[in-house]
Design a protein around this ligand. Structure first.
Ligand code: NAD
Ligand code: 2HG
Length: 526
């Protein structure tokens, strides 16, 4: 049974799939104190949050069984991604479900700002009739500068075009093609800042976007500019915004998000030019249902070990590529496990080479799986998420390469491991109808399926060696299921790779080591 802990309000309809899964127990507890959260998280397999719950390193540290953190929304700045990654916890979000709602909210804020609607409402219901005081501006013909033309920025641009605004956008990843498709002028940051009558930010909050709009940037703006932030508090320096409004440079600001939420009695609220909403961008029935459905499905996929797509701490893999790579995942993991068990000493470098059909694709996910296989022989709780981090942390160098060399197979994956004592390699392929096979260990060609208990023996190629190994195993009632022998030259070094039906005790291993003509014996569990 998986415990799915939900600590922020999520749409009832949206989490139906979770509620209906017989293997899932849904525990909904909102407004938990920090200590209560620490207590609940200990036994949770999945945690679902919106933006309120702060999933700090301390919370993650306490989570003994947590496999996935699901964010019902886009921004994951309330989750310590580094701490989750270190612990091998997958973080997924629901990036698409609230795009339209947030774009619409931003647009509503822009109109409200242009026409002083909140201020006029407040005055009118107090019995005043101040028509002169609330003269606004039209959107038509004005320039809207969008900083961050992603999903929300893009939808906002479409709406602004319908209102006959000139839309310019700055986004480091904006292509001419996308700008053209949206009817937007691609600009530099400086240009976008200098020409905007309305400037709106739609970037995530990161180290580079914190205070992206600061005191210096305000000085470069047009006098009378109007500012919007429906993305994240902190992208705009709140103190600098206060100054810019006070000085008259900025005519007004519409804010849905704040550095601290709730902001309490914020100095900006003393300025009549500021309008505000309490982080309502995604607060529509539709968006809340969408994000809850999306994140619930992702969490279920992860708990049931099925493919998922919106992991924040794993590069996303297009479905088509995922389908192509899937058959290779098992082989990749086994090769990593085999290579790590066949070597002696501390891992220093892992080189993975892909040849044939597989080399035509993005093979980074397979490299991660190989790494997971190799590291899991020595470390606990290794998965695709934390494997690269764990390798880096231990100073293990990872080299990934593609080869056009003909290895005699339609596709081949080779794993070379260098330790402080030796360097060895193992290669494998997928054979039609037979599945994964190990085809080479060091320079010895073999053909064995990578599963179960294996014995890897290095010996001298002399009559009797195989028989003597068989006698020792027979003495202890250990059945040999399959056996492969490889040699470089007659009478030289050779290897035996045996499938045995059960594992060996250290005494039997030692006895095998003493057999005449045997150089080394390694037991490999796959
Ligand atoms: N107010 C709300 O309720 C609400 C709702 C949803 C999303 N959001 C916020 O809106 C943000 C954007 O959401 P989205 O779905 O459009 O994300 P997105 O990832 O589709 O778009 C973000 C864009 O910002 C661009 N970007 C990154 N750094 C930049 C920089 N320094 N300068 C300019 N552009 C930069 C990226 O290239 C990307 O195109 C989210 O990160 C989230 O914090 C708020
Ligand atoms: O949960 C919310 O309502 C806010 C969501 C929004 O900020 C997001 O980043 O998706």
């Amino acid at each position: 049974m998986y415990k799915v802990l939900i600590t922020d309000p999520l749409s009832d309809l949206g989490i139906q799939k979770l509620l209906m899964d017989p293997e899932v127990e849904v525990v909904r507890k909102t407004n938990l104190s920090f200590d209560e959260l620490l207590l609940e998280i200990e036994s949770a397999d999945a945690l679902l949050v919106r933006s309120q719950t702060q999933v700090t390193a301390e919370v993650i540290e306490k989570a003994a069984r947590l496999k996935v953190i699901g964010r019902a929304g886009v921004g994951v700045d309330n989750i310590d991604i580094t701490a989750a990654t270190k612990k091998g916890i997958i973080v997924v979000n629901a990036p698409d479900g609230n795009t339209i709602s947030t774009a619409e909210h931003t647009f509503a804020m822009m109109i409200a700002l242009a026409r002083n609607i909140p201020q006029a409402y407040r005055s009118t219901i107090q019995g005043e009739w101040k028509r002169k005081q609330f003269v606004g501006v039209e959107l038509k013909g004005k320039t809207l500068s969008i900083i961050g033309l992603g999903r929300i920025g893009g939808e906002l641009a479409k709406r602004a075009k319908v209102f006959q605004m000139d839309v310019v956008a700055y986004d480091p990843y904006l292509t001419e093609q996308r700008a053209k498709k949206l009817g937007v002028k691609k600009a530099s940051f400086e240009e976008a800042i200098a020409i905007g009558d309305f400037i709106t930010v739609h970037t995530p909050l990161t180290k580079t976007t914190r205070h992206l709009i600061n005191q210096d940037v305000f000085t470069q703006m047009k006098p009378g500019v109007r500012i919007l932030n429906c993305a994240r508090g902190g992208i705009i320096d709140e103190d600098a915004l206060y100054e810019a409004i006070q000085s008259g440079k900025v005519a007004g600001a519409a804010l849905d998000v704040f550095v601290t939420e709730p902001p309490g009695e914020h100095p900006l609220f003393s300025l009549p030019q500021v309008i505000a909403t309490p982080h309502l961008g995604a607060s529509t029935v539709e968006a809340q249902e969408n994000v809850a459905i999306d994140v619930s499905e992702e969490v279920l996929h992860i708990l049931h070990k099925q493919p998922f797509k919106n992991a924040v701490n794993l590069p996303s893999i297009p479905e088509e590529l995922q389908a192509k790579l899937q058959p290779y995942q098992g082989l990749a993991e086994k090769l990593g496990q085999f290579a790590a068990q066949v070597v002696q000493g501390a891992l220093e470098k892992i080189t993975v080479t892909f040849a044939g059909e597989v080399a035509q694709w993005d093979i980074a996910p397979l490299t991660r799986t190989i790494l997971k296989g190799a590291l899991s022989c020595h470390l606990s709780d290794v998965n695709d998420v934390n494997a690269p981090h764990l390798a880096k942390h231990r100073g293990i160098q990872i080299i990934e390469q593609k080869s056009t060399k003909n290895y005699g197979f339609t596709q081949l994956i080779k794993v070379e491991i260098k330790t402080d004592q030796e360097q060895r390699s193992v290669a494998g392929t997928l054979l039609n109808g037979l599945g994964p096979r190990i085809t080479k260990v060091d320079n010895y060609s073999i053909d064995i399926s990578p599963d179960g208990h294996l014995l890897f023996i290095q010996h001298q190629d002399r009559p009797g060696a195989i028989g003597r190994v068989g006698s020792v195993l027979g003495k202890y009632d250990i059945n040999i299921a399959t056996m492969q022998v490889g040699r470089e030259e007659i009478g030289g070094q050779a290897i035996m790779l045996l499938h045995i039906d059960k594992g060996l005790t250290s005494d039997i291993l030692q006895e095998l080591q003493q057999v005449e003509g045997i150089y080394s014996v390694k037991e490999i569990a796959l």
